[in-house]
Design a protein around this ligand. Structure first.
Ligand code: UP5
Ligand code: MG
Length: 190
C-alpha cells in the first residue's frame, strides 16, 4: 500500500506490435517498473497455480482471461513494488478489463501508449519469433488479431477520447520506434 498516487502507463497494441520490446527500452531509459500482463499470466501457468489450466486454455485460444484474475496479479505486483511508476504492458485488452482495473485499483492511467502496426507486419514478426509460445501459430495468431480488433480497439478509442492516448507508428527499427516514445516520457519527467 502506497500513500502516493502511482504514475501509470498502459502499453497497448496488437499482438507482435512490439510492446514488450519497447517496454525494455523505456525501463532502461526512464526506470519504470514493467508489468507485462501476459508474462504474469504465463508465470501462473508455469507455477501450476489453481487458475493455471484455465489460463493456458484461454491463451491457446487467443481469448481474454477473466478480468478478476489478471487484475489481482497486477495488483499484487503493484502493492509489493517500491517503485510507484508502472508500465502495464498488454492490459487492459477489453472495456471490461479497463472498468475492472479502475474499480479494483481505483486509479486511471496517466499515459496510454498505442503501438500502431499493420496486421501483415505483426503476423510476420510473430511467426518468426520462435520462443515456443503456445499462441505463436498461424491459427491462434489469426484469433488474437480478431480479438484485438473487436475488443481492444474500443479501449484505445476510449483513451483517445479522454485525451490520454499517444499513438506510435510501430514500423521501422526498434530504435526508430523508441525515438517516438522517448519524448512522451521526457515531457512527464520535466
Ligand atoms: N520485433 C519487435 N520490434 C520489432 C521491430 N521494430 N522490427 C522488427 N521486429 C520487431 O515483439 C514481437 C516480435 O517482433 C519479437 O520477436 C520482436 O523481437 C520483434 P514483442 O515486443 O514481443 O511484441 P508484443 O507486442 O509484446 O507481442 P506479444 O506477442 O507479447 O503481444 P500479445 O499482446 O499478443 O501478447 P501478451 O503476452 O500481451 O498476451 C498473450 C495472451 O495472454 C493474450 O492473447 C491473451 O490470451 C492473454 N492475456 C489476457 O487474457 N489478458 C491480459 O490482460 C493479457 C494477456
Ligand atoms: Mg509482449
Amino acid at each position: 500500500p502506497k500513500e502516493k498516487t502511482p504514475f501509470i502507463t498502459f502499453v497497448l497494441g496488437g499482438p507482435g506490435s512490439g510492446k514488450g520490446t519497447q517496454c525494455i527500452k523505456i525501463v532502461e531509459t526512464f526506470g519504470l517498473r514493467h508489468l507485462s500482463a501476459g508474462d504474469l499470466l504465463r508465470r501462473e501457468i508455469a507455477s501450476n497455480s489453481a487458475d493455471g489450466a484455465m489460463i493456458l486454455n484461454t491463451i491457446k485460444e487467443g481469448k481474454i482471461v477473466p478480468s478478476q484474475v489478471t487484475v489481482k496479479l497486477i495488483q499484487k505486483e503493484m502493492e509489493s513494488s517500491d517503485n510507484n511508476k508502472f508500465l502495464i504492458d498488454g492490459f487492459p485488452r477489453t472495456e471490461e478489463n479497463r472498468v475492472s482495473f479502475e474499480r479494483i485499483i481505483g486509479v486511471e492511467p496517466n499515459v496510454v501508449l498505442f503501438f500502431d502496426c499493420p496486421e501483415e507486419e505483426m503476423m510476420k514478426r510473430l511467426l518468426n519469433r520462435n520462443q515456443g509460445r503456445v499462441d505463436d501459430n498461424l491459427e491462434t495468431i489469426k484469433k488474437r488479431l480478431k480479438i484485438f480488433e473487436a475488443l481492444s480497439l474500443p479501449v484505445i478509442n476510449y483513451y483517445s477520447q479522454k485525451g490520454k492516448l499517444y499513438t506510435i507508428k510501430a514500423v521501422g527499427t526498434e530504435d526508430e520506434i523508441f525515438e517516438q516514445v522517448r519524448p512522451i516520457f521526457t515531457a512527464f519527467e520535466a
